[in-house]
Design a protein around this ligand. Structure first.
Ligand code: COA
Length: 159
């Protein structure tokens, strides 16, 4: 049976931490669906289409990875994609409380969906999309934190 896992997030933009996690997940599961949430309330810098394109370019040639955008409930997307595994990253202890809440709410709505938490490489544990955007906006170098594809899109946005 194919083990399909879903990895949701806003990915505004996708960082090296996200990429590292997806590569780890590829070793554990047969298929990974990167589920990019519209997250309109967070006023993303990149449109949903742009975030999808960035993820598709980064994982071009990796036939285990599929990228989808969504704006509804995550559990509905998991059901539509026949995914029974939900992947989330845990960077620091501060992430835990929110992730614990999310996992339990999702479990209440879809008991058969199992949340699996992965930790990124230590040097990526402090990377956050919001900080990357802030640094880049102020002219700082973020090449250490994001994939070259995200980097060129960030430079395009901030001129
Ligand atoms: N304003 C603007 N941006 C914000 C924000 C805010 N208040 N809070 C967070 N963000 C941005 C940041 O860039 C942050 O990235 P960073 O932590 O790397 O800096 C990014 O959003 C991450 O936010 P977070 O909420 O931690 O997770 P996520 O966006 O990666 O994923 C989903 C959250 C998509 C999994 C979750 O919202 C979801 O499942 N949505 C679908 C609807 C649903 O099913 N809801 C019920 C869940 S039980």
């Amino acid at each position: 049976m194919t083990q399909r896992a879903i990895y949701p997030g806003t990915f505004d933009p996708m960082t090296k931490g996200h990429v590292d996690l997806i590569e780890r997940a590829c070793k554990l599961f047969d298929e990974i669906v990167i589920a990019i949430a519209a997250s309109e309330a967070k006023n993303p810098l990149f449109t949903l289409d742009e975030r999808i394109q960035i993820a598709e370019k980064i994982f071009e040639g990796n036939n285990k990875v599929k990228v989808v955008g969504f704006s509804g409930l995550l559990v509905d997307l998991a059901k539509d994609n026949n995914a029974k595994i939900l992947i989330r990253g845990l960077r620091v202890v501060a992430d835990f409380e929110y992730e614990f809440q999310l996992a339990n709410m999702n479990r209440a709505m879809m008991p058969e969906l199992e949340s699996v938490f992965l930790t990124p490489k230590e040097q990526y544990s402090y990377i956050s999309s919001s900080l990357v955007k802030e640094i880049c906006k102020m002219g700082g170098d973020v090449s250490e934190f994001v994939d070259p594809i995200s980097l060129s899109e960030l430079k395009r946005k901030y001129g």
